[in-house]
Ligand binder design. Structure first.
Ligand code: ATP
Length: 318
């Protein structure tokens, strides 16, 4: 006799957790608008930003284990510490503490997002670890609860739980999704040799502003949102902006050549991503993006040029 399905079965399964491996894919982010306001008393800057998740992914697999361990391959392997300072491990501890479960898992990271590249790779790994361990341990938290834990791990982590395109305020951790009609934007991502430190980029911006050598701050995100609604890449290109770009260029003057090369290759616009040194270029369509990426690779102005599209979903199982 076949046993009847009971409505509680799925809930039981969620509570017990997964017996097999849980694999989570998590995207990189770029900032379509990164407005940096004044330095707050807590040492963070007030931000007014529009996050956008693009199709360059890290992948984190979580398996059952007797302790918490992390291994990795890909970008940054051999450079990045795999101990309690790693954001994936910190995220697993934070979730276990919140849910009152032992932090036992074997985590493995396959990284494609470059280290300290301005694409929020570490934050992405933290978001992936929260989603993977939640499924592995059967803690069954909602995405909003996970985003609440994420906010303590880093300003970009809540966005990488949600993905898509979203407004970020506060220090970037307060995320409101943008409900735009679906449009896919085509990007070229120029990955540089070596990284840039995010705190150093903010300190450089403060220095430039104190010296009166920074450009005027970007201000409101209204223009960017209006551009997104028009669904025309030329209009979006004109609305992109990053207050940290002057700082990144001051720290890495060669990025000016990368931006110039992308625009010479036919990109509609190029900006430094976050605190850099990655530069991202908006293309008219997917074919144009391929062509621009090939030209950038030939020009030798970056370590690697890749195409990507966005927006894409945040950290997801599968
Ligand atoms: P953001 O755009 O959020 O400022 P970023 O892309 O410039 O970040 P990340 O790659 O996120 O830089 O990493 C910044 C630092 O975080 C690294 O230099 C490293 O010391 C630390 N870190 C901790 N865990 C990780 C991780 N899993 N992946 C990458 N960096 C990590």
């Amino acid at each position: 006799m076949t046993e009847a399905w009971r409505p509680d079965d799925d809930d039981d399964q969620q509570r017990r957790g997964a017996s097999g491996p849980v694999r989570v894919r998590v995207p990189a982010k770029v900032n379509l608008h990164l407005g940096v306001g004044p330095l707050r008393r807590d040492g963070y800057h007030e931000l007014n930003t529009v996050y956008h998740a693009i199709s360059i992914y890290d992948e984190l697999t979580a398996r059952r284990g007797d302790t918490l361990t992390l291994t990795m391959e890909g970008e940054g392997a051999g450079e990045l510490a795999l101990d309690d300072t790693n954001l994936a491990i910190r995220a697993a501890h934070a979730l276990a503490g919140y849910a009152g479960v032992p932090p036992h898992a074997r985590l493995h990271l396959r990284k494609q997002i470059p280290l300290a590249g301005g694409l929020a790779g570490g934050s992405a790994d933290a978001a992936a670890a929260l989603v993977a361990c939640d499924a592995l341990w059967g803690t069954g938290l909602s995405r909003d609860e996970l985003a609440g834990i994420a906010a303590d791990l880093g300003s970009d982590v809540p966005f990488l739980i949600h993905g898509g395109t979203a407004l970020g305020t506060g220090r970037g951790e307060a995320v409101s999704p943008v409900l735009a009609r679906p449009t896919s934007w085509h990007w070229v991502v120029a990955i540089a040799d070596g990284g840039l430190s995010t705190p150093a980029a903010y300190a450089e911006l403060d220095r430039l502003r104190d010296a009166g050598a920074a450009g005027p701050p970007l201000g409101s995100t209204d223009g960017l949102f209006a551009a997104l609604r028009q669904r025309d890449p030329r209009v979006l290109a004109a609305a992109l902006g990053n207050d940290l770009q002057d700082a990144a260029l001051a720290m890495r003057p060669s990025l000016a050549g990368t931006l110039k090369a992308g625009e010479a290759a036919g990109a509609l616009a190029g900006i430094v991503s976050g605190s850099g040194p990655t530069c991202v270029f908006l293309a008219t369509n997917a074919d144009d993006a391929e062509r621009i990426a090939a030209e950038l690779a030939t020009a030798g102005v970056c370590r690697q040029a890749r195409t990507a599209h966005g927006p894409v979903a945040g950290a997801r199982i599968g």
